[in-house]
Design a binder for this molecule. Structure first.
Ligand SMILES: NC(=O)c1ccc[n+]([C@@H]2O[C@H](COP(=O)([O-])OP(=O)(O)OC[C@H]3O[C@@H](n4cnc5c(N)ncnc54)[C@H](O)[C@@H]3O)[C@@H](O)[C@H]2O)c1
Length: 310
């Protein structure tokens, strides 16, 4: 099928797009390259790939991108609590108004898969299910929850509330918790850990991409429902993540009572519904840590004031 991926040059998109092409789908990407990324450069050889450099806030660009596709995977966003807190107006315009633009431009026959987030649940006792009331604690979660509600009202949508991703992608993100912890362990030799008992839930970026492909390929059976996407086996406290890394990397963890994550999430999630719909993540935390440790050998963040670069 012909698939539009908004935000397709991002961390998730640049794993997803080559996979879609590999499976024989035609792919068009709409992305404004916020981070100057060239993450899809290796896709241009493929005649089934098309790229529009454009903004989801621009209704004309969105209409052009949506025209003629069978399915839309909507990833474009300002992602994460810190990025949205830095510019809440931009976060609202991209995450909410941009989503409204995509929704308005599509016809009733064009299905849409939305990358929402488990951040929408906030801090919750016990296990969240899709029925747990939303309690967004950041601008990021507020804008994603509002966008999700708009789309669900419109129908013909699969709404995915993702766990936090980890793993490598052509657009590397070091601001994700597992990716960041491994980076600090490998490059600094220590991690200052606060809020050690906060519970979080994770998914490998390749499993995110696989779940999105599952949604477009099983759209009729899955549509008009919300799904938590992740695995109970990947519900961990921050301390458990840090300890899992310590089994593979020789580094020090310093526990601190100071400091707070701008992302106030503290929650664990049930993934029974997505499992029933036929999707289950395949990649565990240990494999992800190995991949990150290996890949970080290719990444140096230069400190101009240090005599030695790690
Ligand atoms: N990575 C995660 O842990 C995670 C978890 C839950 C949900 N999600 C959701 O998945 C989606 C993809 O996340 P990601 O991790 O790939 O983030 P990312 O920041 O790497 O990708 C976002 C992409 O959107 C593009 N973009 C930003 N503003 C745009 C605009 N105005 N117009 C067009 N393109 C624009 C960026 O250039 C980028 O390529 C997002 O919707 C995010 O909310 C991600």
């Amino acid at each position: 099928m012909e698939v539009l991926v908004t935000g397709g040059a991002g961390y998730v998109g640049s794993i997803l797009v080559p996979e879609l092409l590999e499976r024989g789908h035609g792919v068009r990407v709409l992305d404004n390259l916020t981070y100057g990324q060239d993450s899809l450069i290796s896709c241009f050889w493929n005649r089934s790939f098309g790229f529009i450099k454009g903004d989801v806030r621009d209704k004309g660009a969105v209409r052009q991108a949506v025209d003629g596709v069978d399915m839309i995977i909507h990833l474009a966003a300002i992602v994460g609590a810190p990025a949205c807190r830095t510019d809440p107006k931009l976060a609202h315009e991209v995450n909410y108004v941009g989503t409204a633009n995509v929704n308005e431009a599509r016809s009733s026959s064009q299905g849409l898969v939305f990358a929402s987030t488990g951040s929408n649940y906030g801090a919750v006792e016990g296990l969240c299910t899709e029925e747990t009331p939303l309690n967004p604690l950041s601008v990021y979660a507020e804008t994603k929850a509002a966008a999700e509600s708009l789309l669900v009202q419109g129908g013909n949508v699969v709404d995915y509330r993702f766990a936090t991703a980890f793993g490598l992608s052509p657009r590397v993100r070091l601001d994700l918790m597992v990716n960041d912890f491994v980076f600090q362990a490998v490059k600094n030799g220590f991690l200052l850990l606060y809020e050690r008992h906060f519970r979080r839930t994770f998914i490998h970026v390749r499993d995110m991409a696989a779940s999105l492909i599952h949604a477009i390929e099983h759209f009729e059976a899955m549509k008009d429902e919300v799904y938590n996407v992740g695995s109970e086996g990947l519900n961990y406290t921050k301390e458990e993540v840090a300890r899992a890394i310590q089994r593979k990397v020789d580094y020090q963890i310093y526990f601190a009572d100071i400091g707070a994550d701008p992302d106030r999430r503290d929650y664990a999630v049930s993934y029974a519904k997505i499992r029933k719909a036929g999707f289950e993540p395949a990649i565990g935390l240990d494999e992800g840590i190995d991949e990150l440790v290996g890949g970080y050998a290719m990444i140096t963040v230069r400190n101009p004031y240090a005599n030695v670069q790690r």
